[in-house]
Design a protein. Structure first.
Lengths: 250, 491
C-alpha cells in the first residue's frame, strides 16, 4: 500500500506539489490524470527519489515504511519501479547485462542470493516472449537505436523481471502506436497482482481503455482535486481539463 | 555483470584507505648512482651494466645531443620545470644486481610482486585457475630486471625474452642492429634522455614464422625515492612472427614527482604481427595534485615488412602527467596499424595522449579508437596525427575519438592533425563529447544500482569497444582499475 500524505515538493525555488494526498492499496491500479504542468512527473520522480525534487512537507510510505529517507537505489530494492516517460540509452551496456546487474543489486540489498546466469536467461526469455520482443535485441546496448515502442516494452520487461511492489507508469502511452500500446498494456495487465500496487500516470484516456484502473485521480495545481471510478477518465476525455483551471497551471 | 560486481568489490575493499592500492614502499637496501645527471652518470650506468664500448659511446652521444635540446612545451600540460639534477638515474636492489634465479632474489622483492599480484614464480601461474592462460613476466624493479620467467620454455620455440641489459651481452648484434632504428637517439627530448641513461627493460625476438606460445609481459615498478625510471624495450618480430605483449606499471605514493621516461621500439618484418597492450597505473598524485609520476614516453612501431600489422592498446589510469603517443610507421606495402586507447583522468591529473599513423607504403590501413574520460579537476587531451605520404596510394584511416566528462570541473580536448599528401588517401574522423548525465545515473539507480555501481557500469559501457581488445586476463584487471580510478568522482 502506497500512502502519500500532504506532500509538498519544490524544484529549485518553485513549489510544484502543494499538499498531495494519495492512497493506493495493494492489488489496485490507480490512474493519475491531469493537464500538462500539473505535477504528474514531479510525483513520480519524487516517489522514486530523484535529486533536485525537494520534499518541503508531508510523507510517503510503502507498506508503512518511510520512503523519503531512502536513496533511489534503496527504494528500488524496496520494490519501487518507475517506468520512464523517456527511457535512457546506455551505450555499450547490453540490456541483458543491465537488467541482471539491477536484479542482483536489488537481491543483494535485500539479503538474497544473486541469480545465476542460466536462471536469469530463463526469466528473460519468458518475459521477452510475453512482450513479443526479439531476444537478440537484448544483446545490444540498452535502448540504443530502439524505437519509442521498443523502449517502452523494454521498461515493462524490466518490471516483469524486477517484480516491484509499486509500479509507476509515467506517460507510458506517449510515443506508442496502437499496436505497441496494446502489447505494452497486455504486459502491464500481466503484472496485476494482489501483492502489487500500480500508479498509471497519463494525460490521455486511451491508455486506460487497455489498462482498466480501479480509481482515477485528477491532479491539478499540485493537488488531487477529484477522485472517482473509471468513469471519471471518460468524463475528462469528453470535457477536458478546463474545469480545473488547467490554463492557469504552469 | 561479473565485472561490475568485481569493480564494486574492489572499490569497497579500498574504503577507509587511499584509493591507490599499489602505493606501498618496499624497504630494501639499494645502490644508487650519485644524484644528478652528467657524463659521469652515463658512464656509471654503462659500467654497472658491463656494457660494450659501442654502447657507452652511443649513450654519450645521446647525452651530448640531449644537452642541446629543449624540453617540449606544445602539449596541453602544465607543470613546474623539472630539475634534472635533483634526481637519481640509477637505483638497484643491492642483493640483486641483475637477472637471477628466484632463489637469489631478495625476499622483500618477491613479496612486493606477490602483493601486486604479479606471478613471478612459474608454478604460481601453472597452479592458477584452470584454463587460465600462461604468461611470462619480466619484472623490472627501479633500474634493473629482477627476474624473467618461462625463459627456458620460450627458448624451445626460439623466442628470446630477457632483460635488455642481458641482451646486450648475449645478442649484441641483434641489439646493435635494431636499437634506435625506430626511435632515433635524438627523436625528441625525452627519448634522447632515455637513450643516454636507460637502465633496463625487456628485449624480445620472435624468429621467422614463430607464433609466440604465450603472452609476454613486463611489469615495471618504481620503488626508490627521488629516482627516475628510464626503461627501454625492444621487440623484433621477424618474418611471419606473432607476439602479444603486455606491460603494467605501478609506483609508491610519494609527495614528490618522479620522472618516468621510457622508449619502446617495435620492429615488424614481412607478415609479422605484434599486439602491444599497456595497463598504466603509475601513482597519480593525491586529490590536490601533490606527488605522482611524470610519464613521458615514446613508443613507436616500425612496420617495415609488407603486410605487417601492429596494434597498440592502452589503458591509462595513472600518472600525474601523461605525455604519450604510441605510433605506427606504416612503411611496408599493405601494412596495418591500430591504436585503441582508454585514458582516464581524475583529481588533478593531466593527460595528453594519442597516436601517430604515418602512412608511407601503398594500401596501408590504420584505425584509431580513443576513449577519454575526465573527472574531478583533470584535463584529458587526445592528440593524434594521421598522414599519408606521396607514395602511400590507397592509404586508409578511420579515427573515432570519444570523450566522456564526469562532473563540471574537468576538461576534454581533441586535437587531430590530418595530412594527406596524395590524392588517393581516404581518411575518416569522428569525434563526440558527452557528459555522464544525472539522468542516466538516476535511471540506473532507480533500477537498484548504487551510485558507484552506476558509474562503473556506464563507464565500462563507454570503453567496452576498447576493453575487448585487451587479453582476457588483463581486461578484468583493467575493468576494476576503471572503477577504482573514478572512485569519488560522483557525489
Amino acid at each position: 500500500m502506497l500512502s502519500v500524505r500532504n506532500l509538498h515538493v519544490s524544484v529549485g525555488d518553485t513549489p510544484i506539489l502543494k499538499g498531495l494526498d494519495l492512497h493506493v492499496p495493494k492489488g489496485e491500479v490507480h490512474a493519475i490524470m491531469g493537464p500538462n504542468g500539473a505535477g504528474k512527473s514531479t510525483l513520480s520522480y519524487t516517489l522514486a527519489g530523484r535529486d533536485g525534487y525537494v520534499v518541503d512537507q508531508g510523507s510517503a510510505t510503502l507498506d508503512g515504511e518511510d520512503l523519503l529517507v531512502l536513496g533511489p537505489d534503496q527504494r528500488a530494492a524496496k520494490g519501487i519501479f518507475l517506468s520512464f516517460q523517456y527511457p535512457l540509452e546506455i551505450p555499450g551496456v547490453p540490456a541483458l547485462t543491465f537488467v541482471r546487474s539491477a536484479l542482483n543489486a536489488q537481491r543483494k540489498a535485500r539479503g538474497q542470493e544473486e541469480i545465476g546466469a542460466p536462471d536469469f536467461l530463463k526469466l528473460v526469455r519468458a518475459a521477452a516472449a510475453g512482450l513479443k520482443m526479439d531476444f537478440e535485441m537484448l544483446r545490444r546496448g540498452l535502448n540504443v537505436g530502439f524505437s519509442g515502442g521498443e523502449k517502452k516494452r523494454m521498461e515493462i520487461l524490466q518490471a516483469v523481471i524486477l517484480e516491484p511492489r509499486l509500479l509507476i507508469l509515467d506517460e507510458t502511452d506517449s510515443g506508442l502506436d496502437i499496436d505497441a500500446l496494446k502489447i505494452v498494456a497486455e504486459g502491464v495487465n500481466g503484472l496485476r497482482s494482489p501483492e502489487r500496487s500500480m500508479l498509471v500516470i497519463t494525460h490521455y484516456q486511451r491508455l486506460l481503455d487497455h489498462i482498466r484502473p480501479d480509481r482515477v485521480h485528477v491532479l491539478a495545481h499540485g493537488k488531487v482535486v477529484e477522485s472517482g471510478g473509471p468513469e471519471l477518465a471518460l468524463e475528462l476525455e469528453r470535457a477536458g481539463y478546463d474545469k480545473y483551471g488547467a490554463r492557469d497551471a504552469a | 555483470m561479473a565485472a561490475v560486481t568485481e569493480t564494486i568489490e574492489a572499490v569497497e575493499a579500498l574504503q577507509g584507505g587511499d584509493k591507490y592500492r599499489h602505493g606501498f614502499i618496499t624497504d630494501i637496501e639499494q645502490d644508487f648512482a650519485p644524484k644528478g645527471l652528467s657524463e659521469d652518470t652515463v658512464r656509471f650506468i654503462s659500467a654497472k651494466k658491463g656494457e660494450p664500448q659501442w654502447m657507452l659511446e652511443w649513450r654519450l652521444e645521446a647525452f651530448e645531443r640531449w644537452k642541446a635540446l629543449e624540453e617540449p612545451d606544445w602539449a596541453k600540460l602544465s607543470f613546474p620545470r623539472i630539475d634534472y639534477q635533483d634526481a637519481y638515474y640509477y637505483a638497484a636492489p643491492k642483493t640483486s644486481t641483475g637477472p637471477a634465479s628466484l632463489d637469489e632474489v631478495d625476499p622483500s622483492i618477491l613479496e612486493t610482486y606477490a602483493k601486486l599480484g604479479i606471478p613471478i614464480r612459474e608454478q604460481e601461474v601453472l597452479a592458477g585457475v584452470v584454463g587460465a592462460a600462461k604468461y611470462a613476466v619480466d619484472a623490472v624493479f627501479d633500474s634493473v630486471s629482477v627476474v624473467t620467467t618461462f625463459r627456458a620454455e620460450l627458448a624451445k620455440s626460439g623466442v628470446i625474452f630477457c632483460p635488455i641489459s642481458e641482451a646486450l651481452k648475449d645478442y649484441p648484434d641483434l641489439v646493435r642492429q635494431y636499437l634506435g632504428s625506430v626511435v632515433p637517439v635524438s627523436d625528441n627530448y625525452f627519448a634522447c634522455l632515455n637513450s643516454a641513461v636507460f637502465s633496463d627493460g625487456s628485449f624480445v625476438y620472435i624468429p621467422p614464422g614463430v607464433r609466440c606460445p604465450m603472452e609476454l609481459s613486463t611489469y615495471f615498478r618504481i620503488n626508490a625515492s627521488s629516482t627516475g625510471q628510464f626503461e627501454r624495450t625492444l621487440i623484433i618480430a621477424d618474418r611471419g612472427a606473432y607476439v602479444s605483449y603486455l606491460e603494467g606499471c605501478t609506483a609508491p605514493m610519494r609527495d614528490e614527482n618522479q620522472l618516468h621516461a621510457a622508449v619502446v621500439e617495435l620492429v615488424l618484418l614481412d607478415d609479422a604481427e605484434i599486439k602491444y597492450s599497456t595497463v598504466q597505473n603509475w601513482y597519480p598524485g593525491d586529490a590536490e595534485g601533490k606527488g605522482g609520476i611524470y610519464n613521458f614516453v615514446t613508443k613507436r612501431a616500425d612496420c617495415r615488412g609488407k603486410r605487417s600489422k601492429v596494434s597498440w592498446t592502452q589503458v591509462e589510469t595513472g600518472s600525474a602527467i601523461t605525455w604519450k603517443y604510441p605510433s605506427c610507421v606504416l612503411r611496408g606495402d599493405g601494412s596495418q596499424g591500430e591504436f585503441y586507447s582508454i585514458a582516464i583522468t581524475n583529481g588533478r591529473q593531466q593527460a595528453d595522449t594519442g597516436t601517430k599513423m604515418i602512412h608511407l607504403g601503398r594500401d596501408t590501413r590504420s584505425r584509431i579508437i580513443s576513449k577519454g574520460i575526465s573527472a574531478g579537476r583533470s584535463s584529458n587531451t587526445y592528440r593524434g596525427l594521421v598522414s599519408s605520404h606521396p607514395k602511400a596510394l590507397g592509404a586508409r584511416n578511420f579515427t573515432q575519438c570519444d570523450s566522456l566528462l564526469i562532473g563540471k570541473s574537468c576538461a576534454a580536448h581533441t586535437v587531430p592533425y590530418i595530412e594527406a599528401r596524395n590524392g588517393r588517401s581516404t581518411f575518416e574522423h569522428e569525434a563526440t563529447t558527452t557528459r555522464l548525465s544525472d539522468e542516466q545515473l538516476f535511471y540506473c539507480r532507480q533500477r537498484g544500482l548504487s551510485a558507484e555501481e552506476a558509474v562503473a557500469l556506464l563507464v565500462n559501457g563507454f570503453v567496452r569497444e576498447v576493453m575487448q581488445k585487451l587479453p582476457m586476463e588483463f581486461a578484468v584487471e583493467a575493468q576494476k582499475l576503471v572503477a577504482v580510478s573514478l572512485e569519488g568522482s560522483v557525489g
